[in-house]
Ligand binder design. Structure first.
Ligand code: ZN
Length: 302
């Protein structure tokens, strides 16, 4: 599952390729699972808009859409389209108020879920199985969303998207520390709570807690200010290292044939149950917390 660093890498790759391009037409497949906004609304919001920016919000990819004024003509569906697809009845939306999207601040939000991918390719490129959306671009290329397991999500937000929580890489130390004050939940659960911090997943939470020397089950409210300061640095360090690795290893991930996968940060505890701690040689332990595996060193983490 792509976590924050992987999504960041994908966002940078997409930004390089599609910023400034205009979405001329949109095709959406017949499977409803990935659509978190009605298909017609997605098409209506995307078509005729220019991609102003591509940014990451937690684990979401956010395309900022600037209206181009005139709505462009939609091209015909083309013979290479997969079977079992449908054109969306955009006309039904013709008279609806476009809301903020008409003022140029609509957001198209993509969450990759477990297996989602966004690729930029030539229109002649073979359409992969499980392609759920194809956006044709004025530059002649296509932006495609592919997701075999369909835990990914596509949505549009006319007035802009608010993912909640704070960005771990943008937040200052005092705000970070304040997130955990008085919380009786285990620190690991608090780190995974997307309403507090956006985009920190299971792997990076475990790795950050190891570097900060804090056990995953410790109640957040019992952790000292000094330890939370260490945790703040650890979270940022772990995420930044992973982004740096991703940037150098998967820069072509968003190209149609880029399927190399992600270069993983060397895990120190995650997935290493029973193996020796790299610092003290004690065997790494695993506990289940709120249904998720947590890995820690019983000697280095208190
Ligand atoms: Zn240890």
């Amino acid at each position: 599952m792509p976590e924050l660093p992987e999504v960041e890498t994908i966002v940078r790759g997409l930004a390089r390729r599609v910023i400034g391009d205009t979405i001329t037409s949109v095709w959406i497949g017949s499977r409803p699972q990935p659509l978190k906004s009605p298909a017609a609304e997605i098409v209506h919001t995307l078509e005729g808009t220019r991609i102003g920016s591509v940014q990451r919000a937690g684990k979401h990819i956010v395309f900022e859409l600037a209206s181009n004024g005139a709505r462009s003509q939609r091209a015909d569906a083309g013979a290479h389209r997969p079977r079992n697809s449908r054109r969306v009845p955009v006309d039904t939306l013709k008279n609806r108020d476009r809301g903020a999207s008409g003022r140029g601040s609509a957001h198209w939000v993509v969450h990759l879920g477990m297996t989602g991918r966004m690729v930029v390719c030539e229109p002649g490129a073979e359409i992969a199985k499980h392609t759920h959306l194809i956006a044709s671009l004025a530059s002649g290329r296509e932006l495609r969303f592919i997701d075999p397991r369909m835990f990914g999500k596509l949505s549009v937000h006319a007035a802009g998207f608010d993912p909640g929580g704070v960005e771990p890489l943008d937040v200052d130390e005092e705000t970070f520390v304040g997130l955990f004050r008085g919380r009786k939940t285990p620190i690991k659960s608090a780190l995974l709570n997307q309403k507090l911090l956006r985009g920190v997943g299971n792997i990076y939470a475990d790795e950050s807690l190891f570097r900060a020397g804090i056990r995953p089950r410790r109640r957040a409210s019992t952790i000292t200010r000094a330890q939370l300061g260490k945790l703040y640095k650890a979270v940022r360090e772990v995420l930044s290292e992973a982004i740096a690795l991703g940037g150098s290893s998967i820069s072509d991930y968003v190209d149609a044939d880029g399927e190399e996968g992600f270069f993983q940060l060397q895990h120190r505890v995650y997935g290493r149950e029973g193996e020796k701690c790299q610092v003290c040689k004690a065997p790494i332990r695993r506990v289940v917390l709120a249904g998720r595996s947590s890995h820690y060193c019983p000697r280095c983490q208190k």
